[in-house]
Design a protein around this ligand. Sequence first.
Ligand code: PEP
Ligand code: MN
Length: 366
Amino acid sequence: MQMHIRPIIERKENRPILIAGPCSAETEEQVLETAHGLAALGYVDLFRAGIWKPRTRPGEFEGIGTVGLSWLRRVKEETGLRTTTEVANTQHVFEALKYGVDVLWLGARTTVNPFSVQEVADALKGVDIPVIVKNPVNPDLKLWIGAIERIYNAGIRRIAAVHRGFSHHGDSSYRNVPRWQIPIELRRLYPDLQIICDNSHICGRRDTLFDVAQRAFDLSYDGVMTEVHPRPDEAWSDAAQQITPVQYGDLVSRIKLRQITSDDPEYVHNIEHLRHEIDEIDEELLNLLGRRMLLAQGIGRYKKRNNIAILQSDRWAEILGRAITKGKAKGLSEDFVTILLRSIHEESINHQQKVMLEEEIKKGVS
Ligand code: PEP
Ligand code: MN
């Protein structure tokens, strides 16, 4: 669907959009202390604080509720910072609008559910307010786009996407794995849609927040959303990933914004040369993969003749284990090699299966 989306905040002189504030509003003092600490930095665009918290397990702190909205109003009055909070149903929308929240956001657990997104969209009909849409918890780009479309269809034009990473099974150094290719594809499809990185929920810890934020800016993101708390260890939610206003100021000061391109002839010459080499390697990779699939087809035929199952778990474990070891020696991460090999293996199985089916059909005909 064609959308004419506008920025949620006009970026001045290539300056990033900076959204910061606590995971949750806890007390009036905590909210105001954070806001004053952030306002003192002079560059924060939006103050965030969760009022209603969608928690994974019951019994955890589920948000302070409506009373927190009056604290956000005080933040605006005292510091001039504009505010944003998460809304997940009609009542949230009405309350947030009543208290003058400036920007609304849809959380990952809302984006995943079209009924909830539609409920929020319906509550927003006729209202002109910027809305930011977090990615769904599962790595499904269509669901993310669908949520943006529902909000757009309600008449909202100032929309941004927030990349907060995706749930996963198994070990990872991330709380929510970033899968950067998903927001990159979103950018390709909707170049006018601002994309903001929620480094806090991707990392789930403090020590990697800078690296993830920098990575986002290296990919030309428009901004970053970070959880900030005056005493992070005491936070009522997401304590491990929050940082103090001072630590936040340090993080922002270290971020380097990249230019999209340069006119310098030496740069242009060198980058063209390097890109040419990359293109050649990509072509080689595809040729090799094509050859690998032809071999898989041969194996499929052979297995069929001997009535052997396609999937050989031991063999697959051996291939993966070997690739991880060899990949490591070449500086490739285990995550990358695993995803790559899994994908190649799946394609091989599909090729084998196709060949086996064709043989069945041939047999049936003859
Ligand atoms: C949050 O921003 O505190 C939050 C609950 O985020 P998400 O919806 O990305 O999990
Ligand atoms: Mn949080």
